[in-house]
Structures are given as structure tokens and as C-alpha cells.
Ligand binder design. Structure first.
Ligand SMILES: Cc1cc2nc3c(=O)[nH]c(=O)nc-3n(C[C@H](O)[C@H](O)[C@H](O)COP(=O)(O)OP(=O)(O)OC[C@H]3O[C@@H](n4cnc5c(N)ncnc54)[C@H](O)[C@@H]3O)c2cc1C
Length: 433
């Protein structure tokens, strides 16, 4: 007997997309628009990192030493996002909350100032525009910044999108374009004589397909039959973040994304058009753990209020956990595999929202045999087996102390699956994981 709540469907499609996060849906939308018979399979359990994410579209702010290839890809991605977002808004009539006000990185003390100067130098070395601002200029841009802020760097090309509106618009566009969305969890890829034949769900039903796109985010390696490089190459990287909402009659406190390293801790504040502020995020190697910890909430609030003290007046509306699909080099794994008809689109780590439109374009190129933009070269056809996740070092670039925080024994997870909670009252959802 099939499990309760799982659709009982044995079906056939030209293309099955495994995973209905922003990556899978962006691909499904493009393929359906091109006339392909597409079915997206997702358990719809509200697990997607795409629902939790902060929605920064930030090539410059996310650039780091040794990651020039990823920066080039992210610059391509923000360019592709522009047209993709416009087409999505036109197709659905939805406003996905795109903000083009740039990102202001500020420093708080001398150590932070040194870190900011290093990252400004790196951006210059990569040929990116860097606008350095003194304290007064920073506070003119963002009047609620702490008076202790020392200075900053503005990245005018780093935008943000409301990832939840984006996800909802993609779901609608996929349906309107005629694609099917099937509620279920894929247990196994079916492969016959080195050629993909479809997928089998945990309830035993099979969806036959000529082509399968694997876009299951952090879970991509958990499906039977997935090629070894993907199975071993993608790991979950836990991220906790908070959502603060304005009390009634309080005006928005931020105009643009503000980020900083506060006493060695990285924090970002991403404002939405309705005044909500997303505060993120931890970076933790804890496997599939999805608990909210007291330490993470404490640290994020402390650092956010150090930067913008008035944030203490906002309502703590949500505490969320998401699992980023991490890879050994922080870049995605996109393209064909040794299995005919199996395409992977996963491993987008911290930049999956940003890279979603460019990934859809790349997968369409693979499907049609068109050439891919050169920026994709380091991230396609990756057949090397990566080191097992257990041997990877704890990633401590952003917040070593947060990485050491003990997981709470509680399974409470304050993060609504959908829709968002009513302002003023935190919503508690019991974790099913
Ligand atoms: C705290 C946090 C902040 C972030 N901030 C940003 C940001 O500011 N900007 C940015 O660009 N990125 C950000 N990211 C990263 C971004 O969220 C991810 O890279 C992106 O969402 C990955 O999209 P995806 O569709 O591949 O995976 P997901 O969104 O995780 O979707 C995967 C889907 O696969 C489904 N699935 C799982 N197993 C199966 C199965 N067996 N069968 C079928 N379906 C399955 C899941 O239910 C899920 O819906 C952030 C992530 C986190 C956690």
C-alpha cells in the first residue's frame, strides 16, 4: 500500500526533474516552455534550502580568495537572473521582490576593518568596481547603522530577491507552462544498459522518462543509482537564519543588504520590500541535522544588533534551518554524466538562488546540444570522485564559534513551510526529520 499523502501515479514523461527547489523549477520552466513534456517530483515537505535562503544575488560580496572561476560564474549568473526574473514576472504577474540597491559591507572595529580592506583588495584584483566609503557616507546610505561603524565598501551590482516569492512564482510558472508537479520522494534512478529509464518513488511507483535531471540539492547524493562523483561530492551544510518583521507603523530600517564581520563573526542583513529583515547565517558541518540552536539565535541577534541597534525593536518572526548543497570547491556540479540521459544540476552551495537562472540555461544547452558559456567550463563534466564528506575539514571561514556550537537535543524548528506566519506571532512547526 502506498504511503499516505504520497500521490499514487505511474507515469511517463520526456523529462523528469528530481527536486522542486529553485534550481529544479527554473529548469522545468525553461524545458516546459520549449515544449518538453516535464514532470517535477518533490516530496513538498518544506525542506528546500530555496525556501530558507536569504536571497542575495551577490557575486562581489561572495567572492573569496582562490575562487575566481566561481566569481566569473556568479557574474554570469546575476546577468542571466536579470532577464529571467523579468520574464518570470511577466509570465506570472508576480512581484518577486528584486532589489537593486547594492550591498554595503561595513566594518565595526580595527580587525573588521582589516578584513574589509583585504576583501576590497581582492575585488579590485578581480577587476570589480569597489566604492570605499567613510563612516558618514555609510550612515547617509543607511541611517540606522550603529555610530560605531568605521567605514564600508559598496558593491552596487550585488542585488537580492525575495526567495520565497521567487519560489512561488516559479511553481506557478511551471504549472502554467503545462509541466506536472508530482508529490513524492525519489528513491532510485532506473538505469538500463547505462541509459536512464526513469525514477522510482519511495511508494514503489515508477515515472518512466527518457531524460532525468537530478536537482535534489543537499539530498542529491542520497538517491540510489546516482553516480559516485555526485553521491560523494555533495554534502549538506547547515545554515541557521532569522526573519525579523516590522511592528505596525514602524518604517523600514534598511534600504539595501548590509554585511559585516563583527568581532570575527560574519553576519548579513537582507531587507525585503515589506520591511522584513533576514539575518543570516551560520555555516555548520552537521550532516542532515536541522535543529535550531540557542547559540545560533543568540550570536546572530547579537551581531545584527551590534550593526543596527534598532533591529531589537523588530518582531522575531522565524528561526529557520536550511541545508546548502555543498561541494569540495564551493562550485556547482552541472551537466551530463556517464549515464546516458542523466543530467545533474546540484551542489550550488551558498549561491543556488543566484545561479538558478544560469543553471537552467546551462541545462537547456546540454539538452539541446548547444554550447555552454565559457564560465561553466570548470563546473561541467565533473567526473572526479571527491573526498568523502567525513574527511572534509570543518569549514570555518565565516564563523568558527558557530561551527562549534552543540546541536540542541530539541527537534523544534521555527520555520513555516508555507505560507509565512502572521506578523507578530512566531509560528512553530514540529520537525518531521
Ligand atoms: C541559510 C541559507 C542562506 C542562503 N542564502 C543564499 C543567498 O543569499 N543567495 C543564494 O544564492 N543562495 C543562498 N543559499 C543557498 C541556496 O539556498 C541553495 O544553494 C539553493 O536553494 C539550492 O537550490 P536547489 O533547488 O538545488 O536545492 P533545494 O532548494 O534544497 O531544493 C531541493 C529539493 O529537492 C527535494 N528533494 C530532496 N530529496 C528528494 C528526493 N529523494 N526526491 C525528490 N525530491 C527530493 C527537496 O524536497 C527540495 O525541495 C542559502 C542557503 C541557506 C541554507
Amino acid at each position: 500500500m502506498p504511503a499516505k499523502g504520497v500521490a499514487i501515479v505511474s507515469a511517463r514523461a520526456e523529462l523528469v526533474v528530481v527536486g522542486g527547489g529553485v534550481v529544479g523549477l527554473a529548469i522545468a520552466w525553461q524545458a516546459a516552455q520549449a515544449g518538453t513534456n516535464v514532470t517535477v517530483v518533490d516530496p513538498a515537505a518544506g525542506e528546500a534550502a530555496s525556501w530558507v535562503a536569504a536571497g542575495m544575488l551577490a557575486p562581489a560580496s561572495e567572492s573569496w580568495f582562490g575562487e575566481e572561476a566561481l566569481l566569473r560564474l556568479n557574474l554570469l549568473a546575476v546577468d542571466r537572473f536579470r532577464a529571467f526574473a523579468a520574464a518570470l514576472e511577466t509570465a506570472t504577474g508576480a512581484d518577486i521582490g528584486l532589489r537593486r540597491d547594492g550591498t554595503l559591507a561595513v566594518s565595526y572595529d580595527s580587525g573588521d576593518r582589516a578584513a574589509l580592506a583585504r576583501s576590497a583588495a581582492l575585488r579590485r584584483a578581480y577587476g570589480l568596481p569597489v566604492e570605499e566609503l567613510d563612516r558618514a557616507q555609510c550612515r547617509r546610505l543607511e541611517p540606522f547603522l550603529s555610530a560605531d561603524v568605521q567605514g564600508g565598501v559598496l558593491a552596487a551590482g550585488d542585488w537580492s530577491v525575495d526567495n520565497r516569492r521567487y519560489l512561488a512564482a516559479l511553481r506557478r510558472a511551471v504549472t502554467d507552462a503545462g509541466a506536472g508537479q508530482l508529490t513524492g520522494r525519489v528513491a532510485r534512478l532506473e538505469v538500463v544498459a547505462d541509459r536512464v529509464a526513469g525514477v522510482t518513488l519511495t511508494d514503489g511507483h515508477m515515472v518512466a522518462a527518457e531524460t532525468v535531471v537530478l536537482a535534489a540539492g543537499a539530498w542529491s547524493g542520497s538517491i540510489d543509482g546516482v553516480p559516485e562523483p555526485v553521491r560523494r561530492g555533495v554534502r549538506p551544510v547547515k545554515g541557521q537564519l532569522l526573519r525579523l518583521r516590522l511592528p505596525q507603523r514602524m518604517p523600514p530600517v534598511l534600504q539595501r543588504t548590509v554585511r559585516a564581520t563583527v568581532r570575527g563573526f560574519d553576519v548579513y542583513l537582507v531587507p525585503r520590500t515589506d520591511g522584513e529583515v533576514v539575518v543570516g547565517a551560520t555555516v555548520e558541518e552537521r550532516g542532515f541535522d536541522r535543529t535550531v540552536t540557542a547559540a545560533a539565535v543568540h550570536d546572530l541577534l547579537r551581531d545584527a544588533m551590534t550593526l543596527v541597534p534598532v533591529l531589537g525593536e523588530l518582531v522575531l518572526a522565524e528561526m529557520c534551518v536550511g541545508l546548502r548543497p555543498g561541494t569540495a570547491d564551493n562550485g556547482p556540479i552541472v551537466g551530463g554524466t556517464d549515464v546516458d540521459g542523466l543530467i545533474v544540476a546540484t551542489g550550488h552551495y551558498r549561491n543556488g538562488v543566484l545561479q538558478s537562472a544560469a543553471t537552467a540555461e546551462a541545462v537547456m544547452a546540454v539538452l539541446t546540444g548547444a554550447p555552454l558559456p565559457a564560465e561553466w567550463a570548470p563546473f561541467t563534466g565533473r567526473t572526479a570522485v571527491y573526498p568523502p564528506a567525513a574527511r572534509w575539514p570543518i569549514w570555518s571561514r565565516w564563523s568558527p564559534a558557530r561551527s562549534r556550537a552543540s546541536p540542541s537535543p530539541s527537534t523544534a524548528r521555527w520555520c513555516p513551510a508555507a505560507p509565512g506566519p502572521t506578523p507578530g506571532s512566531p509560528t512553530v512547526t514540529e520537525s518531521k526529520s
